[in-house]
Write a protein that binds this ligand. Structure first.
Ligand SMILES: Nc1ncnc2c1ncn2[C@@H]1O[C@H](COP(=O)(O)OP(=O)(O)OP(=O)(O)O)[C@@H](O)[C@H]1O
Ligand SMILES: [Mg+2]
Length: 350
């Protein structure tokens, strides 16, 4: 314990990192968020060195010549390509350190709650090899709950659902620990895939994952909108391979998204059904908090509230809220934990 106290006691100048499937964010004590970039690396295959990381690399995705590969090294919340993840973290830490003159920072990293020891080890090793001196881990739903301002230290239970790019995590938290969690490898990326599939079958148009993400953000929703938004989806014809654009509507995209959205509601329902009656009662009175970029999908809060009210509370409305900055909840929560030594000691998992 003494060693742990010593380790944490040094945290005054160090960093917190949300190493996400879609986005990586870094928080520096006293400064706030100092980096917010897509988790994408463009590698020159001849030298095996990154030529672009983050926003620049994301723009290259699907557009690179044969000598360059744009890679998303994280998949489903965990490291899929160790070497590229290490290069990406090195680049991000170097970017942040340029302004901070901290050569080897201590790093608090968020990880999904359901990951294996081997997957945890990969996060620690990649961050260390990227230059971090010490690496501590906290679970993403706990960080998200703190970032969204939920009272995690109270005995009364609260619920957070973090819908990221690769994972959805539904967690019920009380007394600074997670009482129950459901981790589902269905989130924003699956929504994009559902859109790609739908457009391929309905319009014989092949589109890339970023066009699908664009469509989701521009006109997607969980429930049909009053005004039927239209977007000209661009891709290539399934048969001829010729570039073409097809107008797709909100009602089409909304129906394409039903499957992944339903899987997310099922996970929340499972979590609520598994906790004690007391904790469930706390959540019914406080409501459910949504974080992560997926929470920004139009009407998702209303859809989840409607479905849960129908399935669990038999008509009594269960309130569902979206955090103020859902894309930043996890890193802001980790930042708050960096500032709160007592809380850090309670919730850190390594
Ligand atoms: N306005 C929006 N509407 C719908 N989805 C959105 C919107 N803005 C961002 N997203 C989606 O949010 C996801 C990214 O969210 P976030 O940055 O929280 O994920 P992540 O933390 O990188 O992933 P994970 O936590 O699963 O590892 C992407 O799938 C993105 O398309
Ligand atoms: Mg995340």
């Amino acid at each position: 314990m003494l060693f742990f106290d010593k380790l944490l006691g040094f945290f005054s100048h160090d960093l917190a990192m949300d190493l996400g499937t879609a986005n990586t964010l870094i928080y520096a004590k006293k400064q706030g968020i100092v980096l917010d970039e897509p988790s994408v690396v463009a590698i020159d295959v001849r030298t095996d060195q990154p030529i672009a990381v983050g926003h620049k690399a994301k723009q290259m995705y699907g557009r690179t010549p044969e000598s360059i590969r744009a890679i998303r090294p994280m998949k489903d919340g965990v490291i899929a390509d160790f070497d590229v993840t290490k290069k990406m973290i090195t680049y991000f830490l170097d970017t942040v350190n340029k302004h901070r003159s901290l050569l080897h920072p201590r790093l608090l990293v968020c990880i999904p709650s359901g990951i294996t020891q081997v997957e945890k080890r990969a996060v620690i090793d990649s961050a260390k090899q990227a230059g971090a001196r010490k690496v501590l881990l906290i679970e993403e739903p706990m960080a998200a709950a703190v970032g969204a301002g939920l009272p995690v230290e109270e005995e009364s239970g609260c619920m957070v659902v973090d819908i990221g790019g690769g994972t959805t995590e539904a967690a019920i938290i009380s007394l600074s620990s997670t009482t129950y969690q459901e981790s589902l490898r269905i989130a924003g990326d699956e929504m994009d895939e559902a859109i790609m599939k739908f457009i391929r079958y309905e319009h014989q148009l092949i589109i890339g994952p970023y066009e699908a993400e664009n469509i989701k953000i521009k006109i997607g929703s969980a429930i049909p909108l009053k005004e039927d938004l239209v977007y000209p989806a661009r891709g290539k014809d399934l048969v001829s391979g010729i570039p073409k654009a097809v107008n797709v509507t909100n009602s089409e995209i909304c129906s394409a998204l039903q499957e992944p959205i339903k899987a997310i509601v099922d996970a929340i329902e499972r979590a609520l059904n598994k906790v004690s009656a007391e904790l469930a009662a706390d959540i019914f009175s406080k409501g459910v908090m949504l974080t992560g970029g997926g929470a920004l999908l139009r009407g998702l809060d209303a859809y989840i509230s409607y479905e849960l009210s129908k399935r669990i509370t038999h008509g009594t409305k269960l309130k569902v809220y979206v955090a103020d900055n859902p894309l930043q909840s996890v890193v802001l929560g980790s930042g708050k934990v960096l500032d709160n030594y007592k809380l850090l000691k309670k919730i850190c998992v390594s």
